[in-house]
Design a protein around this ligand. Structure first.
Ligand SMILES: Cc1cc2nc3c(=O)[nH]c(=O)nc-3n(C[C@H](O)[C@H](O)[C@H](O)COP(=O)(O)OP(=O)(O)OC[C@H]3O[C@@H](n4cnc5c(N)ncnc54)[C@H](O)[C@@H]3O)c2cc1C
Length: 352
């Protein structure tokens, strides 16, 4: 029987980062992933924004997460001889007086990430706006799909990846590990995004899956390298093409693109943008979000060979590298998982 140390299910951001850190630690692993073009990672804009929400609060742990993310994307980029991120700024056009005031208030309280715009008319050639703008920086723009594809190629070349659907009915627990389809492993780690919410080991965790819709839009001659935000965001995707999104729907009936989002996005483009545009593609995906907005990391308290790296919600680009490293260190016996992220906090629920 083929033997490995860690079997990983899913190669989104979570599975990519976990396998990277295991590789760096020299721990043998295998990955199973069915390539889903609408997985959360494949549809993500790739933005790491240090502030969030209507009140423009600083994102959880961003002081640690942002530098860790840039160092990690840079390191895997050097290894794969590619570039997977750039530093950038969000140009935040205030959609309401309340948002303008919130920005000013937060800037006075903590000027670390927010910079009021100095020249109100600077972007008037391209956009319609009445209430001015401010800059949020530094932000990161991660080229997620490029990273996933490059790492997948490496995994395939090194015989670490099976491109098929993981079938739970074939998983067997053994005394010192697991067995799956003729392969033995000490650990199995579920990094399969929204699907883990239906996995009988972890379905009791407080997942709060969330639908996000977006579009790819061709727009020529916008200033390069910046993210433009006015409620929704226009994010550079490739030359003359922007990712536009997104929605946050807590209750939804299906995971398909909707006419409602298309109408909202077209209304937004017609009222905000002064340039011609062509909608190239509309898409929808499900974010593996959690009720308390903290990731799910670690091992099942009743099944110590079964683990999870999930619940990255809207922030997979910054949370995945950091918490994958903690999980890899835990497997290596050289580190621990932050208690706020460790699933032992749900020991009672998982033990029922
Ligand atoms: C529209 C949208 C925009 C977003 N924008 C951003 C952003 O700008 N910045 C940010 O930080 N985050 C963003 N996110 C959130 C981010 O995408 C997620 O947090 C992150 O991608 C989750 O990664 P994951 O690896 O946990 O899950 P996923 O990306 O869902 O990966 C799971 C993988 O498991 C595979 N899989 C599932 N079931 C099986 C099975 N049975 N067998 C084999 N393989 C399986 C899937 O094919 C997939 O490859 C966005 C999300 C959406 C939906």
């Amino acid at each position: 029987m083929e033997q490995t140390e860690v079997l990983i299910v899913g190669q989104g951001l979570a599975g990519t980062w976990l396998s990277w850190w295991l590789f760096k630690l020299g721990i043998p692993f295998k990955l199973i992933d069915v390539s889903d073009p609408n997985s959360a990672s494949r549809r993500a804009a790739g933005v790491v924004n240090p502030v969030t929400g209507r009140r423009i609060v600083t994102s959880w742990m961003i002081e640690q997460l942002l530098p860790f993310a840039s160092a990690s994307y840079s390191e895997i980029g050097s290894f794969l001889e590619n570039s997977f991120y750039q530093e950038t700024s969000v140009i935040d056009f205030f959609p309401s007086v309340q948002m303008l005031q919130a920005f000013q208030k937060r800037h006075e309280e903590d000027p670390a990430w927010l910079f009021p715009g100095t020249d109100p008319g600077k972007y008037a050639e391209w956009f319609r706006y009445d209430l001015g703008w401010g800059t949020i920086r530094p932000c990161l723009l991660v080229f997620v799909e490029k990273l996933l594809m490059a790492w997948r190629n490496w995994l395939e070349k090194n015989d670490c990846l099976t491109g098929s659907v993981f079938d739970m009915s074939r998983l067997q627990k053994k005394e010192n590990g697991i067995k799956y389809a003729g392969m033995g492993a000490r650990y199995i780690i579920f990094c399969d995004g929204k699907c883990t919410a239906q996995n009988h080991y972890f379905e009791k965790l407080p997942f709060a899956l969330n639908k996000g819709e977006g579009m790819l839009v061709e727009i020529k001659n916008l200033p390069g390298g910046l993210i433009f935000k006015k409620g929704m965001s226009l994010v550079p995707f490739r030359e003359n093409v922007f990712w536009l999104g997104s929605s946050y729907e807590w209750s939804y009936t299906d995971d398909r693109p909707s006419q409602k989002f298309r109408d909202n996005a077209e209304f937004w483009l017609q009222h905000f943008l002064k340039m011609p545009y062509i909608i190239l593609e509309q898409f929808a995906s499900i974010r593996p979000a959690t009720l308390e907005r903290r990731p799910f990391v670690g091992f099942h308290p009743m099944h110590p060979h079964v683990g999870i790296l999930n619940g990255m919600g809207t922030k997979g680009c910054s949370l995945a590298p950091y918490f994958a490293k903690q999980l890899a260190d835990k497997i290596n016996g050289s580190g621990d998982i932050l208690p706020l992220a460790d699933i032992v906090r749900f020991e009672k629920i998982l033990g029922r």
